[in-house]
Design a protein around this ligand. Structure first.
Ligand code: FE2
Length: 399
């Protein structure tokens, strides 16, 4: 079953923002280039085409059960231009904002306003434009090159001896879909398998497409190997692409152990390892029964055991900590995905990247194994994370 495309609030809001952003950039070019009528018309035509591509390419992908190559090409074009636009906008908008604010303050508080020549403004415009092109090119290269392997040791004071050096490979936010395809997925699998992990955990946002469109790509993950199994939870994107159908597909065709507000217990040489998994924080908006619930996830679990929580979004850490969870594994934030968005992602998320300590809980937030939208990873590389439980050698304190 393919979900029907509908013009949602999200699409309208995004289109409005894109239009405002593109208009801002158009005005800037009018300021720095000869502003003839023909030139203005050409720029507005580009703005219109840009918006049309951003709307039609994802709509075509969503409605086409088996998209032809031209639809994939359109998606690549749409996402690449969106990435370039995002860089152009942010590298110009904030300097202009700061410059205008500074000018106003000068006007307000000083009698003489030091003149800023048009030449300096124009030079800044070209410098920032060059930086936008450069960061887009480097960011695209970083994204399409695929993830690297990141090894992280988790120091735990009271780690049971049986769990010492337990290796968990985390794959998060892979976003298999229109631009993340065979070679990218195979690289992820090879990196994970070379670690010979005890566990593999997939912490949501695995896909962007229907089972019909990308089912065969997702099945490539059956090549993943882990001594104690592969554990999977949903992210928000699973709910955009038919969560029931996907869960049925994964249950029938993969060895994934799916945790929907439930836990699994693994006996490792007499030591209980309890893995709880919750549904995505926003799941209930689409499927009411999938309201995430950490308490429910650990209900009925053995009293003694080392607890790990899988939660797509880096939230719920207070409840997890109060339930005696030692380690939470999350993703979702992409750590901003590319500079300078990493500077803003800390606004909605207290913990948004890497290893964090919250009272007695360790929380690792993956920056993502894939990417979403623009193929861009400027200064924030994607990773397959290899986490190793290690006995802490010194007292732990909050980071
Ligand atoms: Fe997500």
């Amino acid at each position: 079953m393919k979900p029907a495309f509908s013009i949602s609030f999200f699409v309208i809001a995004l289109t409005t923002l894109l239009f405002l952003g593109a208009s801002f950039l158009a005005q800037l070019t009018f300021k720095h280039f000869p502003s003839t009528k023909k030139y203005r018309a050409a720029i507005w035509l580009m703005v219109f085409l840009f918006l049309a591509v951003q709307l039609t390419a994802p709509a075509l992908y969503r409605t086409w059960p088996s998209p032809p190559i031209s639809v994939f090409a359109a998606q690549w074009f749409a996402y690449s231009t969106l990435g370039l636009f995002a860089c152009f906008f942010i590298y110009h908008f904030f300097p202009v904002l700061i410059f205008k604010t500074w000018n106003r303050l000068q006007k307000r508080f000083f009698t003489k306003k030091p003149p800023v020549s048009m030449q300096i403004e124009r030079r800044s415009f070209f410098t920032l434009s060059a930086f936008s092109f450069l960061s887009t090119s480097v960011g695209t290269y970083q994204a399409i090159s695929g993830p690297g392997l990141k090894r992280v040791a988790i120091p735990i004071a009271d780690l049971p001896a049986q769990l010492s050096d337990l290796k968990i490979v985390q794959i998060s936010d892979l976003h298999i879909g229109p631009t993340i395809r065979e070679s990218y997925i195979d690289r992820v699998i090879d990196l994970a398998n070379t670690e010979t992990p005890d566990l593999v955990v997939i912490t949501g946002d695995l896909l962007d497409g229907t089972t019909e469109q990308i089912g065969d790509l997702v099945l490539r993950l059956n090549r993943l190997r882990a001594r104690y199994g592969i554990y999977y939870i949903t992210g928000n994107h699973e709910y955009y692409w038919g969560v029931d159908e996907w869960l049925g597909f994964l249950k029938a065709n993969t060895p994934f152990k799916i945790l929907l507000n439930e836990h699994a217990v693994i006996d490792i040489n007499g030591q209980n390892l309890i893995i709880g998994g919750i549904t995505d924080s926003s799941a209930a908006r689409i499927k009411k029964e999938h309201e995430p619930n950490v308490t429910q996830a650990f209900e009925g679990c053995p009293k003694e055991g080392f607890k790990i929580l899988l939660a797509h979004q880096p939230r719920h850490y207070d409840v997890a900590n109060s339930l005696g969870v030692s380690l939470q594994l999350s993703g979702h934030t992409h750590a901003g995905q590319f500079f300078p968005w990493n500077l803003f992602v800390s606004i909605p998320f207290r913990y948004y990247r890497g290893l964090n300590r919250h009272e007695n809980l360790w929380l690792y937030v993956s920056p993502g194994t894939g990417y979403w939208g623009p193929p861009m990873r400027f200064l924030i590389p994607a990773e397959v994370t290899s986490l190793r439980l290690a006995k802490a050698t010194q007292p732990q304190k909050e980071l």
